[in-house]
Design a protein around this ligand. Structure first.
Ligand code: ADP
Length: 165
């Protein structure tokens, strides 16, 4: 049985993340989507909100081997504590690659039990980032197709409060 962990900020989850989860759920026996604190990012959605948004999205998609939780500490060590041999990350462009290469190499040194596996973004989602969704929603733009339908209204409602102009 091979378990995989997909760590990230998911602020909020997008259809790009969902595509990675769908593909991983076909490849691995169990997939844990884990919300990790990222010191380089200030999140808009609380940890509880992000867990709930992912749980509802995963439920609506009907993935029965996907679990959602919030993690602590180093993601590679948290993955191991869950019994995961694989850590999943996504790559959209060269800009992701450079950062992800550095992280995966550091994780390789930190923990020899967990292997990072990269999923290349589906072309139709390669532009999609949580930051893009938030920016469009902040100004009342249409995020249809960018986030799961079941969370669209909540994302729009939350971002209304952040409109700066
Ligand atoms: P983090 O703060 O860990 O980068 P993100 O939620 O931004 O968290 O992303 C989690 C992972 O999913 C990262 O590896 C990122 O490159 C990947 N990812 C994000 N959006 C997409 C997308 N549209 N297609 C494929 N992978 C993606």
């Amino acid at each position: 049985m091979i378990k995989a962990c997909y760590p990230g900020s998911f602020d909020p989850i997008t259809n790009g993340h969902m595509d990675i989860i769908a593909r991983a759920s076909r490849l691995f026996d169990e997939v844990y989507v884990v919300i990790m604190h990222n010191p380089r990012k200030q999140c808009i959605f609380t940890e509880e909100e992000r867990v709930s948004l992912i749980e509802r999205s995963v439920k609506a998609a009907g993935f029965d081997n996907v679990k959602v939780l919030a993690g602590t500490g180093l993601s590679v060590n948290f993955a191991q504590s869950l019994g995961c041999k694989v850590m999943i990350r996504g790559i959209r462009a060269v800009s992701d690659y450079e950062f992800e290469l550095q992280q995966a190499t550091a994780n390789m040194e930190l923990n020899h039990e967990v292997e990072t596996v990269f999923f290349i973004a589906r072309p139709s989602f390669s532009f999609l980032a949580s930051s893009v969704v938030k920016e469009i929603a902040e100004y009342g733009g249409d995020i249809e197709g960018m986030v799961p339908d079941v969370i669209k209204d909540e994302v729009m409602d939350k971002m209304k409060d952040f409109q700066t102009l």
